[in-house]
Ligand binder design. Structure first.
Ligand SMILES: Nc1nc2c(ncn2[C@@H]2O[C@H](COP(=O)(O)OP(=O)(O)O)[C@@H](O)[C@H]2O)c(=O)[nH]1
Ligand SMILES: [Mg+2]
Length: 293
């Protein structure tokens, strides 16, 4: 999105060094790396450095939050990543749909390795997988679902320190207990906006009204019908984001003393409703516009 106000969206680069070290240290202990992406923003929620960091490890891309994304685009993104040589799983960790296919997807990905072990008479060897992803993408929820348990960490009992690092999924598959937290890559404004629209960036660090104006402009251009249906107004060609916010606020009856529209309130409502799926399911990025993913 090239339009709109210039929003300053910050991230916390402090975690970078720690994460890099964790990933590098643990890489030798895992057979595959599984990267969780937000299916609504597969490019913006991805850190391209992972390719270099995880050098040579078999990779599984999980398109999580499929329940919130446009189903057709999720299919196209899945095809896109498969084409690039990744194993792909579409799922919603929150309700669990698609998660059942994870063990089979890992075994397919590691078929050559498993066969080689079997030929050496080591058929029962457990495969280990590291989970990576940006904050809030659903890593803990995913690990818990896959491992069918309620909390992200195993209990801290003496004598099981070694085993504690690994979460058993089934007889032949373990996950690394601590997921690797990646930092998104704010290459351009649109990445920051996408992360902020979907709620991946903490709202306290953003100008919410400015963000909502940008979202309004995007929706008016891409999904005017969804806007009209939810907020009962027709976007006009020349409307600024702020105009759109005001129109929606007026329809909602957010009028302050003196007749001014409470755009701040409308901004919060728009973002909440967008993130809560009240306007529909959206994917903000397409494989076509993304040759560099
Ligand atoms: N709608 C939806 N919400 C999800 C999904 N996966 C995780 N969440 C929610 O997103 C929030 C962050 O999830 P969490 O697992 O803590 O993310 P983490 O920071 O990557 O570990 C929680 O409120 C989850 O319930 C999903 O597939 N769909
Ligand atoms: Mg977590």
């Amino acid at each position: 999105m090239e339009n709109g106000q210039d929003l300053k969206i910050q991230w916390y680069p402090g975690h970078m060094t720690k994460t890099r070290r964790m990933i590098t240290d643990q890489l030798k202990n895992v057979d595959a790396v599984c990267e969780l992406l937000d299916a609504r923003i597969p490019v913006s929620s991805r850190n391209p450095d992972v390719d270099e960091l995880t050098a040579g490890k078999p990779r599984l891309v999980v398109l999580n939050r499929a329940d919130q994304a446009d189903p057709n685009l999720t299919k196209r993104w899945a095809a896109f990543f498969r084409e690039k040589g990744y194993a792909v799983l579409e799922c919603s960790a929150k309700d669990g749909s698609g998660v059942d296919r994870f063990p089979a997807a890992v075994r397919t990905l590691l078929a050559d390795k498993l066969r080689a072990f079997a030929e050496k008479g080591q058929g029962g060897r457990t495969m280990r997988v590291m989970i990576l992803g940006i904050p809030n993408v659903g890593k803990s929820t995913f690990i818990n679902r896959v491992a069918k348990r309620k909390t992200a960490r195993t209990e801290d009992r003496p004598g099981v320190t070694r085993a504690k690092q690994w979460v058993p999924v089934d007889q032949g598959l373990d996950l690394l207990d601590t997921p690797g937290i990646l930092w998104p890559k704010f290459e351009d404004q649109s990445v920051g906006l996408n992360l902020a629209f979907t709620g991946a960036v903490r709202d306290e660090v953003i100008d919410l009204e400015g963000l909502a104006c940008n979202l309004m402009v995007y929706l008016a251009r891409q999904y005017p019908a969804a806007l009209a249906e939810r907020y009962k107004f027709q976007p006009e060609p020349g409307d600024s984001g702020y105009d759109l916010l005001r129109k929606a606020g007026q329809k909602r009856g957010f009028v302050m003393r003196g007749g001014e529209i409470d755009t701040e309130r409308m901004a919060k409502i728009l973002l909440d409703e967008f993130r809560g799926g009240k306007l529909g399911r959206f994917t903000l990025e397409t494989p076509e516009e993304t040759c560099h993913a």
